[in-house]
Write a new protein. Structure first.
Length: 135
């Protein structure tokens, strides 16, 4: 059974409405609805709180739902997240240095300046994406 169906069944068995569950978990009613309809998945902290609120074991709640387990694995893998962040920062430094060196040896032209600017924007965008994703 998928996590959404398990959450809905557990909530109903606990005799709670989505609104009541949301208040106790400090989330919106829409968040509860999204979890139950599997539009989004709860984070690990919310899963633990759901388990406590509905008096259902984590094992019972999580086992059998491969997508939910994959979601939790991706969101709790700090080493992988740190590696991506370091790689993004290193790539930006390398791109900047290459552009700086190339600026001394290549003739100045509008096309070159546009290319350098585009590379810088792409590099910074990826770096900011990794930082925001980590937060």
């Amino acid at each position: 059974m998928e996590i959404g169906k398990k959450l809905k069944a557990a909530r109903q068995e606990a005799g709670l409405t989505q609104e009541q569950a949301a208040e106790r978990l400090f989330v919106s009613r829409q968040t509860i609805s999204n979890w139950e309809n599997e539009k989004t998945y709860p984070d690990i902290t919310s899963v633990v709180r759901l388990s406590d609120l509905y008096s259902i074991s984590l094992d019972e709640l999580l086992k059998g739902d491969v997508r939910m387990l994959k979601h939790l694995e991706e969101n709790t893998d700090l080493v992988k997240s740190n590696q991506k962040l370091i790689l993004a920062a290193a790539a930006n430094v390398v791109i900047f240095l290459c552009c700086l060196i190339a600026a001394f040896f290549l003739p100045e032209s509008v096309l070159f300046i546009v290319c350098v600017f585009c590379l810088a924007v792409v590099g910074m965008t990826y770096l900011m994406y990794q930082i925001i994703k980590r937060i």
